[in-house]
Design a protein. Structure first.
Length: 257
């Protein structure tokens, strides 16, 4: 039997035990989606890996997933205004991911960005980020429900349509012009980075999906959370994205061997 590709899932630095322990973690839904819908083997990438060790790591991988996270990219990476003092940050992840992205691109390695992942790819390509999308006069509130008793179903249910651009890959995947997606993010793309293409927009004009130009493999990032129940028909685009990512990782693995 041909060995399955191995894909790295970026982690976030989290704090537990009342601040006494720091951990590197990724949501179980990301891991499950990679295993069950992309049909590839996941491993977790520490958020603090040394830049000098990235080549050694990526030589052993066949793809990378950039997950969502509670912390946002610090604005000094894109020339934005400094965060307020109480903003949650994850500087190790910022640095690690902004180092990983160009390494993946150089290798034409499959890369799939989800939520924070789309923002990281945009920043890596010189783009900028809205600090708070809902504070923009021409934008809607894209955050999850703000009530503490909201259920997971309420948080992750499809919230708004996205419209695919004229030559969008998503049109090719689905055979239609639009789809409904969930929405759980406070930040979003302001200026699109050079070398990227917009694949979909929300009704208020916010970029919801991008691709990396001239990349020879799967290089897509989305603003919504594709890892929530991809098996449901209402989420079939998410299922397709994981399948396409998995196919690209298999092709990459075969080309290496």
């Amino acid at each position: 039997m041909e060995p399955k590709p191995i894909v790295g899932i970026i982690t976030n630095e989290t704090v537990g035990f009342n601040g006494r322990q720091q951990s590197h973690s990724a949501g179980k839904r990301y891991v499950d989606a990679v295993m069950n819908f992309a049909d590839i083997v996941p491993i977790l990438i520490p958020a603090c890996i040394r830049k000098s060790d990235l080549g050694t790591l990526l030589d052993r991988l066949d793809g990378v997933v950039l997950t969502g996270g509670r912390a946002n990219i610090e604005p000094h990476h894109y020339g934005g205004e400094a965060f307020p003092d109480d903003e949650v940050i994850d500087p190790d992840r910022d640095k690690t991911v902004l180092d990983i992205i160009p390494e993946c691109v150089q290798r034409h390695m499959p890369i799939f960005g989800i939520c924070r992942g789309i923002q990281e790819i945009n920043v890596a390509y010189g783009g900028t980020i809205f600090y708070r999308v809902h504070q923009q006069s021409d934008k809607q509130d894209h955050r999850m429900p703000q009530n503490d008793d909201a259920s997971l179903e309420e948080i992750f249910k499809p919230r708004h349509q996205i419209m695919f651009t004229e030559n969008s890959l998503f049109k090719e995947f689905l055979g239609q012009d639009s789809f409904w997606v969930n929405s759980l993010h406070g930040q979003g793309i302001d200026q699109l980075g050079a070398g990227l293409s917009a694949e979909a927009f929300s009704p208020d004009g916010l970029i919801e999906a991008i691709s990396i130009n001239d990349h020879k493999s799967f290089a897509i990032a989305i603003q919504w959370h594709a890892e929530f129940h991809p098996e449901r028909d209402e989420n079939r685009l998410n299922n397709l994205l994981f399948q396409k990512f998995g196919d690209a990782c298999r092709q990459f693995h075969l080309a290496k061997s």
